[in-house]
Design a protein around this ligand. Structure first.
Ligand code: AMP
Length: 305
């Protein structure tokens, strides 16, 4: 009788350099012509939200590449780059469980070996919401996602709708620059009590953690308010701001209703019923609890991704 326990999950290959990544991909593609590649770009400190993206990629593609890279280009000078949480060992465990085949973990030096003079800038969709409150953030995102797409050459790339603006920005970039990749938006995973999973939740004190539930509660209430046929875009925004402001620890960075995915402003006088005839709407907010900035959103009409 064998003493070996059956291996249910295979160990992903860890690669840290661009040349290793390229040669590994090339070997696998030569071995299996027509191999489809799913790609999940992340900044690590993985949770089940990331896990759901990896899992979906593994289900839909013959090969899944996960990247873990805390991209300095997308952090502002006073943001949390230096204290962004990291735990490679735990990340690799989750990557294996969810079915990643290759995990690309480059250093900053590997990704930016010399002062880069090129940026990928997307206009308009980057000018509101997180783009307005984090100047330069989406320039960093557009640039690193372009680089990663060139390196991985994925068939499909998986992005969470928790960062709905990021999905819109990346889709716009892919359309404008003819990247040969399908962007797959994935639904937001939440804790049992509704808090959206985020690597940054680890910063929250117990008191802030319980106050942060105001975000999910407000999204649920907003869905009810939006069902009122007399409700206007401006009326909904006002009610949302008021609801969040009632939480003593919450400080609103933004709370806005915008068209999705264009992110154009909505006439505040317009009834939601009318507005929704023209496009879906994104209700998005960024709220600070102490030094921690959390984002959350809902897209109306609410539909499963
Ligand atoms: P990050 O590591 O925060 O850059 O996130 C990497 C990817 O995971 C992005 O596409 C995020 O939108 C996605 N993501 C983050 N949190 C969640 C979540 N709670 N549910 C689903 N996807 C998520």
């Amino acid at each position: 009788m064998s003493t070996l326990t059956p291996v249910k999950t295979k160990q992903p290959l860890i690669v840290r350099t661009i040349s290793e990544l390229r040669s590994e991909l090339s070997i696998r593609r030569q071995e299996k012509p027509g191999l489809e590649t799913g790609f999940v770009p992340t900044m690590g400190y993985l949770h089940d939200g990331h896990g759901s993206l990896i899992q979906r990629s593994a289900a839909e593609n013959g090969l899944t590449v996960l990247s873990i890279f805390v991209n300095p280009l997308q952090f502002g000078p006073n943001e949390d780059l230096d204290r962004y949480p990291r735990d490679e060992e735990r990340d690799l465990k989750l990557a294996r469980q969810e079915g990643a085949d290759i995990v690309f973990i480059p250093s900053v030096q590997e990704m930016y070996p010399k002062r880069a003079l090129t940026r990928v800038l997307v206009s308009e969709v980057t000018e509101s919401l997180c783009g307005a409150s984090r100047p330069g953030h989406f320039d960093g995102v557009g640039t690193v996602v372009s680089k990663l797409f060139h390196l991985v050459e994925p068939t499909r790339a998986y992005f969470g709708l928790k960062d709905a603006q990021q999905v819109a920005v990346v889709q716009q970039m892919v359309d404008d620059l003819n990247f040969n990749v399908q962007i797959v938006p994935c639904p937001t995973l939440r804790e049992a009590d509704g808090l959206a999973l985020s690597s940054r939740n680890v910063y929250l004190s117990p008191e802030q953690r319980s106050e942060a539930l105001v975000l999910y509660r407000t999204l649920q209430q907003a869905a009810q308010w939006a069902a009122d046929s007399e409700m206007t875009a401006g009326g909904l925004e006002a009610k949302v701001r008021e609801a969040i402001s009632r939480s003593p620890l919450a400080s609103i960075d933004y709370a806005e209703l915008r068209r999705y995915p264009s992110l154009e402003a909505v006439d505040p006088q317009l009834r939601l019923e009318e507005a929704l005839k023209q496009s879906p709407l994104l209700l998005a907010f960024a709220v600070r609890f102490g030094g921690t900035r959390l984002i959350d959103n809902a897209i109306f009409p609410i539909k499963g991704a």
